[in-house]
Design a protein around this ligand. Sequence first.
Ligand code: GLY
Ligand code: MN
Ligand code: MN
Length: 442
Amino acid sequence: MIDCIPFVQRRERLMQQLGSGIAVLATAPEQVRNRDSHFPYRFDSHFYYLSGFTEPEAVIVLLAAANKAILFCRDKDMEREIWDGFRYGPTAAAEAFGFDEAYTIAELDERMPKLMANQPALHYAVGADSVWDSRMLGWLNNVREQARSGVAAPAEIRDVRVPVDAMRLIKDDFELDLMRRAAAISCGAHRRAMLATCPGGYEYQVEAEILHEFRRHGAQSPAYTSIVAGGANACVLHYVDNNASLHADDLLLIDAGCELDGYASDITRTFPVNGRFAGAQRDVYELVLAAQLAAIAAVSPQAHWNSAHEAAVRVLVQGMIDFGLCEGSVDGVIESGDYRRFYMHRTGHWLGLDVHDVGDYKQHDEWRSLQPGMVLTVEPGCYIRPADNVPEAYWNIGIRIEDDVLVTASGAEVLTAAAPKTVAEIEVLMQQRQASEWPGAL
Ligand code: GLY
Ligand code: MN
Ligand code: MN
């Protein structure tokens, strides 16, 4: 049975914050993939955060002053359920998900103008979807047309995502439990990938091991398309072809995380295909690892959002100078931005229901302070493409190390610590591989 209490509490908290007015949040539409096949359905994250309800064609309506929560959802339909499976219907959905009232989605157009009447403000995801924008304005105009019978339409339209984003930024215990479980599954998938990697294998074979591990532990899907990038492919930041063969002397970069009950994990590990880091690979790996550890050490409630990035960049730049990739002083290279030839992305992002989760990174033009309950990724990297002024030993080395980190009252907790990360941990694990079972040995 679903525990609806966290969702009921979130709705109540949102209504208290809004104080008055009507809030409307729709879930995501189903998406056609091709002809009559659909993409696997994924609900809207804001809608799910406030309902726990995973069916398509559903809308939450909140009447803030009355502290009343209403759900519109698909009706029971035995004929459709034979083809597509169970649907709650309004009566059972209201009970299971703790709504005060529920109606069929077919009644939405008829009921919305009445629900909007005499509400001082309308809160919805303004501009997120042109279809919903025009529906909202249609209902609004319908209410305005009743002005002569003394009915007032909402005078204000506000973006409901602003307060919900702020709520979602601080994870509650229910969310943290799910995020820990998602992280544990993904750590297992990265261990499995290390054990399944071998010279002569293919990137997609390793990807298949990862997906197998996600699903066998109940994760519904990957949280984003997995990146399984051997050798030079690791220098393509969003590489998703995953179709190349793996060479003994290359590194393999894997950025993969599962989604469990809506919550994302996001892990990157980079390791040698043959199980042993060689000279320049080892040097760059140790550098990125030192940058990542420095960045994690910079995560605490005493720090601001950018502290981790600043710490990582400082370590990376010193290494780039030592390796002859950049010239000058650390401050000079940071100032000029020359390091961006090898480190062109930022060190992390918020993590939650969305892999790049909601929440502002700045407040009043200042990096926001970290607070207990925030979850972020820490993911420095170094990507070295061949170039005239780059020592050849470093060519085509692409390394990223990414963990999911919870801000705690005293510092930080790495949720993904179970994925091997040091050179020794990776090499010891990979020694357990059985060469006779490698696909390349077939
Ligand atoms: N996997 C997406 C990211 O690391 O941002
Ligand atoms: Mn990430
Ligand atoms: Mn990632």
